[in-house]
Design a protein around this ligand. Structure first.
Ligand SMILES: [Zn+2]
Length: 290
C-alpha cells in the first residue's frame, strides 16, 4: 500500500507578460512504511477543476521513478504566464506500483491575487527586473514535517552535525526546493524598512525586498549571484493589503563562507539557468542607459 503524507503546491513565479513562463512547484511526500519504491513510478496530473473529470485533465509527466528510501519527490510545472490570465490549476499524483495505482488528493495553491493586486505585482516585477533588482536564486526550505536525515538524533530531537552535507544541518531529507530565479533589491527604501519594524540592524545584516513570488519565510536562503553571497532570511514582513502577499521585505544574515551551504547550494543551480538570468540582466542594464 502506498500512501501520501502531503502534497504541496507552491507558486515559484507567476511570470510577467507576454512571454514569460510561470513556475509551479509540486512536491509530494509518502508515508514511510512503503517498500517497493524501486518498482514504482509517479505521474503528475493537472486540471482546471478539482474534480479531474475525464478529458478535463492533462498528464504532465508520466515517468518519475521511485527510489528506495526516498520519500520526498518534486516536479516543476512550467506553464504560460499566470499573470493576466490567472488560472487556478489543481494537481494530483498518480503512483503506479506492483499492487496497483494510487492517486493522491487534488490540491492547488493557497490564494490567488485579484486583478488590482496582480497589477501591483507586475509593476514590482518590472521595477526589480529593469531598475533596482539584481539576479538572485531562492532556496525555499521544505516544511518542517519532511523526513529526517540519517544524521538526525530522534532522542535529542535535533541534527547531530551542523556540517552534514546531506541536510546542510537542517536535519531533514532534501531540505530545500530546487533553486528559483528571482530579482532582489538589496538597497530598499528606508521607509519600507521602517514599516517592517525589524529593529536595529547588526553590522553583518542586510535588508532587501522582492516581489510576491516565491513566497519565502525565515530560514529560507537567497543566493546573490553577482557577489556570490548566500543570505539567510532572519525576518520577513509580507505586504498584504488585501490578504494576498504582494511584496516581501526581509532582514538577511550573511552565511559564513566556511559553512556547508557554500559547498552544496550554488552548485545546484544549472549553468544554463545562471547564464540566462545574468545575461538578461546585463542586457536590460544596457537598455537602461538610453
Ligand atoms: Zn544530516
Amino acid at each position: 500500500m502506498l500512501a501520501y503524507r502531503r502534497l504541496d503546491i507552491i507558486i515559484a513565479g507567476a511570470g510577467s507578460t507576454p512571454a514569460d513562463n510561470s513556475r509551479v512547484l509540486v512536491c509530494w511526500e509518502l508515508v514511510t512504511q512503503h517498500s517497493q519504491l524501486d518498482q514504482t513510478s509517479f505521474a503528475v496530473e493537472r486540471s482546471l477543476s478539482p474534480q479531474f473529470s475525464e478529458d478535463e485533465y492533462e498528464v504532465l509527466e508520466t515517468a518519475i521513478a521511485g527510489e528506495p528510501g526516498v520519500m520526498v519527490y518534486e516536479y516543476v510545472d512550467i506553464t504560460p504566464s499566470l499573470v493576466n490570465f490567472w488560472r487556478r490549476y489543481y494537481y494530483r499524483i498518480r503512483a503506479s506500483t506492483p499492487e496497483g495505482e494510487f492517486v493522491s488528493e487534488a490540491k492547488t495553491w493557497e490564494t490567488s491575487p485579484r486583478p488590482h493586486e496582480l497589477e501591483i505585482i507586475q509593476r514590482h516585477d518590472f521595477i526589480l527586473q529593469y531598475l533596482q533588482g539584481v539576479p538572485s536564486f531562492a532556496f525555499v526550505e521544505r516544511t518542517a514535517d519532511a523526513r529526517h536525515c540519517i544524521c538526525f538524533d530522534k532522542t535529542a530531537g535535533r541534527p547531530t552535525r551542523s556540517d552534514c552535507t546531506l541536510c546542510l544541518g537542517t536535519g531533514r531529507q532534501r531540505p530545500y526546493f530546487e533553486p528559483i530565479p528571482l530579482f532582489v533589491d538589496y538597497n530598499p527604501d528606508q521607509e519600507l524598512v521602517n514599516i517592517s519594524n525589524f529593529g536595529e540592524r547588526q553590522p553583518k545584516d542586510k535588508d532587501c525586498w522582492f516581489s510576491a513570488y516565491p513566497q519565502m519565510k525565515p530560514g529560507d536562503l537567497i543566493y546573490e549571484v553577482l557577489k556570490g553571497t548566500i543570505w539567510r532570511i532572519a525576518n520577513v514582513n509580507t505586504i498584504q493589503p488585501m490578504g494576498t502577499t504582494i511584496q516581501h521585505v526581509c532582514r538577511l544574515t550573511a552565511i559564513g563562507r566556511d559553512e556547508v551551504e557554500y559547498s552544496r547550494l550554488p552548485q545546484r543551480i544549472p549553468d544554463a539557468m545562471l547564464q540566462q538570468i545574468v545575461q538578461e540582466w546585463e542586457r536590460t542594464k544596457e537598455e537602461r542607459m538610453f
